[in-house]
Design a protein around this ligand. Sequence first.
Ligand code: SIN
Ligand code: MN
Length: 200
Amino acid sequence: MARLLLRGFDIRKGYLDGAAQTQLIDVLRPILKSAPLFHPTTPSGKQMSVRMTSAGGLGWVSDKAGYRYQDTHPKGAAWPAIPDVILQMWKDLCSPDRDPDCCLINYYGEGARMGLHQDKDEADFSWPVLSVSLGDDALFRIGNTTRSGKTESIWLNSGDVVIMGGPARLAYHGIDRIRFGSSRLLPKGGRINLTLRVAT
Ligand code: SIN
Ligand code: MN
């Protein structure tokens, strides 16, 4: 496992081996069944190309009313619990003292991307955000704490983990594109990104 520090982003290449990646997909399957992926829209009404859902006490949603965490899926049901194997990664890499409220699940199909943004809907930025990449390769762009200035990009592969804490916690970041079909982890291709967040 190689460790890379890029502008405070703590990148663990190959943190999860193939068996661990498959185990995560297996525990995600029932979650996606009970809390189906949906296409969020931005507050300005544009549909995002990524599909999303969440596990945990709170899930992240976006629609015309704005970006926020809420305790139910847009269809009304409570979110499923965050599986123990995922909580264990948070305990090992971030903190044994407090569990995350939210495991946001982003699915990138062919052509999906995510524009540069900050994660700032949480109440306390002293907690890191833990990101787990599964499936197709993705070009991750890292910027600054303001929208301007030079950016750097790095390919994230299946099994890579990124800890966004400290100076990286409020840095702009996004996914320019994925290499659809580059991984065989997901039977239909695409990429799943999990982000674990303390929201309250
Ligand atoms: C995110 O910023 O919420 C997702 C980043 C990623 O897909 O790697
Ligand atoms: Mn983000």
